[in-house]
Design a protein around this ligand. Structure first.
Ligand code: B12
Ligand code: SF4
Ligand code: SF4
Length: 259
């Protein structure tokens, strides 16, 4: 394991969009062994990168501002992951950046609900923070207001250790703030209730829209096509961002850590 290479890799990620970076050995993510190996059979290390949201943006009552911030926070993660992968490849280590959220396996049984690597888990194992009552990765620096992504590489880097401390304040602000009543504490979530809110104009809306359209008489179809819902959905297609709630992220400050 090369400490110098590990430090260099972290420096590159941090100077290209990441606000936090952690190194996890593949052997410390046994739950993802199969998918990691299918991405890169020679994988030795997962490099986790996280970028912070603008708190003002995800707290804004203007959802388009929050969506815009999300697009660019994901971009920051993607840039850090890709540039780090390119650096490692130029140093003769096979490396591949892994999606932060989409594209994602849509086939049964995953149905878009399971990433190739669960980035919360990877973040916890790499010591970026701990699980919160909201089920998200809570960091000392930014609470839950981060996006996470990363890459796999054949380079053997020095792994980081999980944190000893519990970063979550257990203040329950996330639970109280959830408009869907989807959070039950201790990380338990009703995914459908949350999904109905965050994907308001997502896949289910699209499916209902098509069903509605095919059941309409020709003279009624125009009203459906001209509806607000279709225009909103078009925007989510165009931008690639479809979230309509950020409350459990934006209310979580994990305030026991000064910043
Ligand atoms: C599927 C998915 C969803 C689903 C299901 C979420 C869920 N909680 O399971 C839905 C659509 C509901 C969803 C909602 C949201 N999501 Co989402 N989602 C994902 C996605 C694409 C895959 C997650 C996955 O593979 N889950 C499957 C398995 C691994 O999860 P699981 O069976 O529930 O197992 C977990 C628990 O067992 C937990 N666990 C184990 N032991 C313990 C112990 C304790 C004490 C606790 C608390 C938990 C815990 O560990 C596992 C996770 O590591 C990830 C991206 C990624 N690739 O990681 C983003 C991701 C988790 N989502 C994210 C976000 C921000 C959101 C939303 C805020 C929506 C938004 N505006 O973006 C909400 C938050 C809802 C919430 N509070 O959980 C971020 C989280 C950032 C962070 N700080 O952690 C991620 C990582 C995207 C990213 N790349 O940044 N999401
Ligand atoms: S809002 Fe409070 S209880 Fe919820 S995850 Fe953050 S620190 Fe923990
Ligand atoms: S994203 Fe919104 S609806 Fe989903 S769990 Fe968090 S607060 Fe609740």
């Amino acid at each position: 394991m090369s400490q110098a290479l590990t430090e260099k890799v972290k420096k590159i990620a941090l100077s290209h969009g990441a606000d936090l970076v952690a190194i996890v050995n593949v052997s410390d993510l046994p739950e993802h062994n199969e998918s990691i190996t299918s991405i890169l059979p020679t994988s030795q290390t997962v490099i986790v990168v996280a970028a912070k949201h603008s708190l003002a943006a995800i707290r804004s009552t203007n959802n388009q501002v929050a969506q815009f911030d999300t697009i660019h926070t994901y971009d920051a993660c993607a840039r850090a992951a890709h540039i780090t992968a390119r650096f490692l490849e130029s140093a003769s280590f096979s490396s591949a950046a892994v999606p932060a959220f989409i594209p994602i396996e849509m086939e049964s049984p995953k149905h878009g609900m399971r990433g190739e690597i669960c980035w919360r888990r990877a973040g916890v194992r790499g010591g970026l923070g701990s699980y919160g009552e909201n089920g998200l990765l809570v960091t000392p620096e930014f609470g839950s207001a981060i996006r996470i992504s990363g890459l796999v590489t054949s380079a053997e880097l020095t792994g980081d250790s999980p944190l000893d401390e519990d970063v979550c304040d257990h203040c329950m602000k996330c639970i109280e703030a959830c408009p869907a009543g989807a959070l039950m504490g201790e990380g338990k979530i009703n995914k459908k209730l949350c999904g109905d809110v965050i994907f308001k104009y997502g896949l289910r809306f699209f499916q209902d829209f098509i069903i509605d359209l095919v059941n309409k008489q020709p003279d009624e179809a125009e009203a459906v096509i001209n509806s607000y819902g279709l225009r909103e959905m078009w925007q989510t297609f165009m931008t690639g961002n479809y979230y309509y709630c950020y409350k459990c992220q934006s209310q979580c400050l994990a305030t026991k850590f000064p910043r």
